[in-house]
Design a protein around this ligand. Structure first.
Ligand SMILES: Nc1ncnc2c1ncn2[C@@H]1O[C@H](COP(=O)(O)OP(=O)(O)OP(=O)(O)O)[C@@H](O)[C@H]1O
Ligand SMILES: O=C(O)[C@@H](O)C(=O)CO
Length: 430
């Protein structure tokens, strides 16, 4: 059966967030890691979310891999493409949201692309083109201290224009509140005026329903899970997708083995979650400096520490540091080099944990999860029940050997008790 919705996600946790939203709305969804091999047999699905690791790579590479994902999705019949970006619009003036949206627009033949990172369930709202995170503008939120892409401007019209070849317009809330026809009319007007993308305001889920109907009539949209919700509801309402309840309970059934958490996210939410976990399970804080200068020794020491404890219950291993620690490491080694070296270290630790018998694994941070999932050579996931908004339980699919259950947590997501909750849903008591 041909696909209806094809999603190209710029990181792995973001992909599982979107897959979670689609599956919660009743869309049969599979998440793949990278552009699937021709040989990979996938279960029947209405939506495939292709997870890329393209958020923080050079823009030309992000464009190339996104176009490859597009070609694969098109060959499977996808009638609408959603480019899934972070709900906090993580990007820099060099990209990659603008360059990838531009390239996909040309490939799909779209005149204009609606763009909205709104995700009201997690407090991301867009008004007059400005993104709010909870009750503060993006540039006053913890995202101003992000290790890879500090967000210092809440005006997404400006942010997107700086990284796009085309001109950027706005679909204001008054049009969105007037409904899907008003959104379509405004997009058409902006396209005639030479705009190639438009930031779309949205504050409530009902706004995203209107945006979803307008977007589903176009070949391409760019956004986060809120737009996924709008598209899912629109595709079900117009009969392109038949709503199906997901069989979440069965997902983790029969998967035993040791359990662990590996964290590389330095977000405020993750730092708080690690602090809470310290009262619930053994926690090892890695030295970020040694992960850069002596990676093999730091990884080996962490694995020795874990192996001595895994039989007694879950363990947590974190590279994550507070903003001042991150700044110090970056000043010494460079932002990109430090990030990549630390991701390699946490990925090697994930690999060592699985070799030691871990089958239930929670990963925190988009880049961190991406590096670990690649190292574990997982081709795809079935999407299960929600642990917290934006974070589902995932079961590996298409991998030789025993299946595993994982959670890929976006840095900013999850309540303070997230790690214990995720482990509990995997059948592990802390
Ligand atoms: N102590 C540290 N000092 C400097 N950089 C670190 C440290 N610990 C982790 N990092 C790096 O910070 C980056 C965190 O990015 P990651 O995407 O994993 O988390 P996040 O941005 O919070 O999550 P998300 O992308 O889902 O919002 C990674 O590149 C990681 O290697
Ligand atoms: O949209 C979000 O906030 C998340 O899915 C994400 O992409 C964070 O990395």
């Amino acid at each position: 059966m041909p696909l209806t919705l094809g999603v190209i996600a710029d990181d792995y946790t973001g992909a599982s967030d979107l897959a979670n939203t689609l599956s919660k709305e009743g869309v049969r969804t599979v998440q793949t890691i990278g552009v699937p091999d021709a040989a990979l047999a996938l279960p029947d699905a209405d939506a495939v979310v292709v997870s890329l690791k393209s958020r923080s790579i050079p823009a030309d590479e992000a464009v190339a891999v996104s176009l490859a994902a597009y070609e694969w999705l098109k060959s499977r019949g996808a009638s609408h493409i959603l480019f899934k970006v972070c709900s906090t619009f993580d990007s820099t003036d060099a990209g990659n949201i603008g360059p990838v949206t531009d390239a996909l627009r040309l490939a799909t033949g779209a005149a204009i692309v609606p763009v909205t990172p709104a995700f009201p369930e997690t407090g991301r709202t867009v008004y007059m083109g400005h993104l709010f995170v909870g009750d503060v503008p993006l540039n006053e939120s913890p995202l101003k201290d992000h290790p890879l892409n500090p967000m210092t401007d809440s005006d997404l019209k400006r942010v997107l224009a700086r990284q796009s070849a085309g001109r950027v317009g706005l679909v204001p809330l008054k049009d969105v509140a007037a409904g899907a026809d008003a959104v379509s009319a405004r997009l058409e007007h902006l396209a005639l005026d030479g705009r190639t993308a438009a930031i779309v305001d949205a504050v409530f889920d009902r706004d995203l329903e209107a945006v979803g109907v307008a977007a589903a009539a176009l070949p391409l949209s760019t956004g986060a899970s809120g737009l996924g919700l709008g598209l899912a509801r629109a595709l079900i309402a117009d009969g392109r997708v038949l709503r199906q309840a997901s069989d979440g309970a069965a997902l983790a059934a029969g998967i035993g083995g040791y359990a662990a958490v590996v964290a590389g996210s330095c977000s405020k939410a993750t730092l708080e979650q690690i602090a809470i976990a310290e009262g619930q399970m053994p926690v090892l804080r890695l030295s970020a400096e040694r992960l850069v200068t002596h990676p093999e020794a730091e990884v080996a020491a962490a694995l020795d520490w874990a192996k001595a404890r895994l039989a007694s219950g879950p363990v947590l291993i974190a590279a994550s540091g507070a903003p001042e620690q991150v700044a110090e490491v970056q000043a010494r080694f460079g932002r990109h080099a430090a990030g990549v070296a630390i991701e390699h270290g946490t990925a090697a630790i994930s690999e060592g944990l699985v070799a030691a018998g871990v089958r239930r694994l929670v990963l925190a941070g988009g880049e961190t999860s991406g590096a670990s999932v690649d190292r574990l050579k997982i081709p795809a996931f079935l999407v299960g029940p929600e642990i917290a908004p934006g974070v589902p339980l995932l079961r590996t699919e298409g991998q030789p050997g025993e299946p595993m259950v994982l959670a890929l947590k976006s840095g900013n997501f999850g309540g303070p008790d997230f790690f214990a909750k995720a482990l509990a849903m995997m059948g592990v008591a802390v």
